[in-house]
Design a protein around this ligand. Structure first.
Ligand code: ME8
Length: 659
């Protein structure tokens, strides 16, 4: 079998003096989306990330933590790796710059540059902080150290230099011959004018830092962190033996705009000097800002990914990051915008379309996806709209226009909602003609949903996997070849899979409070009270579950809650509230009407006769206009907060009090 075309992409190798925030998560999410998309386009893809573990900052952080550097970086690398795993973002290759294979690659690259005449020994003069043992980049004589505020001194040290000046013309020629190398286009001019203004040779070793990769035979020289870090991209895919793996050169390095110069000037120059292939593209995205300034650990204004993933699910975070900001530009991060998008596009958009389509097929065709019968022009119009969206979405993905790709997918979802509102399948009866019409409408909606699911998969891997199995479609959605995706390929006459909650609607204020409480706890584990990391649930109010802060209560508080064994007498769905069931429950002394947010997980008929735990002294309230007099107790399970009704394994009398 011929080998698939390869695609190699990387995220930066992140510093280990802190833990990932939304900025790092953003680049890594984009890399993961591109990886999934390219796989669905038939490529053999490798994605690399890793940790940048050398340098004076790590030396200091380890000292502060009172542990040797090697132990400090090992702990940090584990924490980074674990968080990426938890967020579903683990890369195919994870490079630690303290890995032996990486050390070998850096030393090899240096040797090649030196053998080719691009490295020489010289003296570097700069402002040095004797308290911090570090050169202060860009400082002039008389400047103070930006870290400790004490005066710097002018110091000269022996260094190896890289002849960057020799690469001014080769780089400019290279940019011209490879116009797609620097992306987005707007960054290109900035780099070209930097190179045109003249390149100074670059000091690539240090003798004032201990914690670095040694220059062989030249101790105490260690490599400058950027010569070390950039090489990680090459060590990830074979280092000196890169040809065997067949992945180098990288197809794209994804980076933030802060480090574009290192990637588009220094890195290609090092590789040219070593006569190695140069990467095909560097894509520099913008920054996520918090109150209009760049998020950074030192400013203390970082947003953490885990609390958001816990509350709304990782797909919601992925969607927001890609949908709300144009890739390449800066964007402001706000929890308000995040939760608004979640409710409007995910809960009310994709989630609602999937659950109502499945519910209608369930009700009208006993859960069996109908075959397409005679069609009407409006069915064909929707088919054409969806079919033409496929091409547009693929083109947008290809150009890294993620927001526009998602916009085009969501336009199709909007068209489906409109179609259902006009066609009103629920108003049709049971005659042969009406049944055929219902089949055509539901087939058309299911087919649209299948296409939307395949197209959204790179961005929403978890939820689209659920929709795919809900639609009873064969294979895995990740195995779909987007190239061949066409209207009309729906596998019909199959049984629908089990309904699973996709994006339960959340109450905005409550959701933000919970995310902030979890973030606070993660940042100050001792100071903050414990917050239950429960996900959004479909509780009867349709809002997020338990209070964010759990305090201890006395027995007298518990005694205020009256709970009894109840037995469900009737159960039915509520029109216009797809999460709620209206139940009548016998609690021993009377029959109560109670609404429960379990409609997406329990069939009404299956509940009749079931014994449940009921809170009976809750003040009555109205849910979606329906009176609810009590509450049914359920466990909230998994990241989706799936409700599982509490019950009894032994026979219990209706009305018995729970204590
Ligand atoms: O620079 N918005 O590591 P680093 C968007 N070790 N992206 C952001 C961001 C923000 N507010 N903050 C960080 C280093 N990023 C070097 C890289 S590579 C050979 C060596 C992302 O931990 C963005 O991708 O400071 C940025 O370029 C990167 O994290 C910087 O990570």
């Amino acid at each position: 079998m011929p080998r698939k075309e390869k695609f190699y992409l990387t995220t930066p190798i992140y510093y280990t003096n802190g833990l990932p925030h939304i900025g790092h998560t953003y680049t890594t999410v984009v890399a993961d989306v591109v990886r999934r998309y390219k796989r669905m386009r038939g490529y053999e893809v490798v994605m690399t990330t890793g940790t940048d573990e050398h340098g004076v900052n790590v030396e200091r952080a380890a000292k502060k933590a009172g542990v040797p550097e090697s132990e400090f970086v090992a702990r940090m690398a584990t924490a980074w790796r674990e968080l990426w795993n938890e967020l579903g973002l683990s890369a195919d290759e994870f490079v630690r710059t303290t890995d032996l294979k990486h050390v070998r690659t850096v030393q090899w690259l240096f040797k090649l540059c030196k053998e080719n005449g691009y490295v020489y020994k010289g003296h570097y003069t700069g402002q040095y902080c004797i308290y911090d043992n570090a050169f202060v980049n860009d400082a002039k004589p008389g400047d103070n150290c930006p870290d400790c505020g004490r005066p710097t001194e002018t110091v000269t040290e022996e260094n190896y230099f890289f002849k960057l000046s020799a690469f001014q013309k080769p780089l400019l020629d290279f940019y011209q011959k490879n116009p797609a190398f620097i992306q987005p286009e707007t960054r290109k001019n900035e780099i070209i004018s930097f190179v045109e203004s003249g390149l100074k040779d670059l000091s690539i070793t240090r003798t004032t830092i201990r914690w670095g990769i040694p220059v062989p035979g030249e101790e105490p020289h260690v490599f400058y962190v950027w010569f070390d870090a950039l090489t990680a991209y090459l060590s990830a895919v074979g280092g000196p033996e890169y040809e065997q793996r067949g992945m180098w050169p990288a197809d794209v390095h994804l980076v933030g705009k802060d480090i574009i110069r290192f990637h588009t000037v220094y890195w290609p120059a090092f590789l040219m000097a070593a006569m190695l292939p140069v990467p095909k593209q560097v894509w520099a995205h913008g920054w996520f800002l918090m109150d209009a300034s760049k998020m950074s650990k030192s400013k203390g204004n970082v947003v953490l990914p885990r609390p958001i993933a816990n509350m709304l699910g990782m797909d919601a975070l992925r969607y927001f990051l890609l949908r709300d900001v144009v890739f390449g530009q800066d964007g402001n991060f706000s929890y308000d915008a995040l939760v608004t998008r979640y409710n409007s596009d995910l809960a009310n958009g994709l989630g609602n379309l999937a659950s109502r389509t499945a519910a209608m097929i369930e009700r009208n065709f006993a859960g069996r996806l109908p075959k397409l019968g005679p069609r009407q022009p409006q069915d064909d119009a929707l088919a054409n709209e969806t079919q033409s969206a496929i091409g547009e979405v693929l083109e947008r993905y290809e150009n890294m226009e993620f927001a526009r790709a998602l916009e085009a997918i969501w336009a199709v979802i909007g068209a489906a909602d409109k179609y259902l509102t006009t066609e009103q399948p629920w108003a049709l009866g049971d005659s042969e003609a009406d049944t055929q019409r219902k089949a055509a409408i539901l087939w058309t909606t299911a087919e649209l949903l299948r296409i939307v699911t395949a197209l959204a998969h790179p961005v929403l891997p978890e939820s689209t996997t659920k929709v795919w199995s809900l639609l009873g479609q064969p294979g895995a959605v990740s195995g779909i070849e987007l190239e061949g995706l066409r209207w009309g390929q729906l596998a019909a006459d199959v049984q629908l899979g089990k309904a699973q909650a996709l994006f339960p609607r959340v109450d905005k204020t409550e959701a933000i409070e919970r995310i902030e409480a979890m973030a606070n706890e993660e940042q100050n584990p001792q100071a903050a009270p414990a917050a239950a990391p429960a996900a959004a649930t479909s509780s009867s109010s349709g809002a997020a579950a338990a209070p964010a802060v759990s305090e201890k209560i006395g027995i007298e508080d518990f005694a205020k809650v009256e709970m009894r064994v109840g037995q469900i007498k009737t159960a039915e769905r509520i029109v216009g509230a797809d999460k709620l069931l209206k139940l009548t429950v016998d609690i021993g002394t009377e029959i109560r009407q109670i609404c429960a947010g379990i409609a997406q997980y329990y069939e009404p008929e299956a509940l009749v006769g079931r014994k449940v735990a009921v809170v009976t002294n809750l003040a009555p309230r109205k849910l979606r206009g329906v009176e609810s007099n009590g509450m049914i107790i359920a466990a909230s399970v998994g990241p989706e907060g799936r409700p599982v009704l509490a019950g009894f394994s032994e026979d219990v009398e209706v009305g018995a009090r729970l204590k």
